[in-house]
Design a protein around this ligand. Structure first.
Ligand SMILES: [Zn+2]
Ligand SMILES: [Zn+2]
Ligand SMILES: [Zn+2]
Length: 103
């Protein structure tokens, strides 16, 4: 299981901010990125994929036209996502707007 810690703020500057959610986030090995279900249904394209650390939902990033990962946070209140891009090891808290890295 992978544990996470706060790394920096949105501009990658060191931060004193805390994320209360990270204590509850544990993740196994990244899932093979299957694609964004929301985009598959709507017939839209995504740029990058994010995986919810609470329930495993895969949605597209803020750069993608539909932003399904953020929409999932808004709808379900699951704040933590990690990058589902191959080779990337970081996560993000939508609520606290902090970058998380493996601890
Ligand atoms: Zn948080
Ligand atoms: Zn999408
Ligand atoms: Zn979720």
């Amino acid at each position: 299981m992978m544990r996470w810690k706060v790394a920096a703020d949105a501009r990658c500057a060191p931060t004193e901010r805390l994320c209360a959610h990270v204590a509850h986030a544990a993740a196994g090995p990244p899932a093979e990125a299957r694609g964004c279900d929301g985009c598959a249904r709507a017939g839209t394209r995504w740029v990058h994929l994010r995986e919810c650390l609470v329930c495993g939902y895969v949605g597209c990033c803020d750069t993608s036209p539909m932003g399904h990962a953020r929409a999932h946070f808004t709808a379900h209140g699951h704040p933590l996502v990690r990058s589902a891009q191959p080779g990337e090891r970081w996560a993000w808290c939508f609520h606290d707007e902090v970058l998380l890295v493996p601890s």
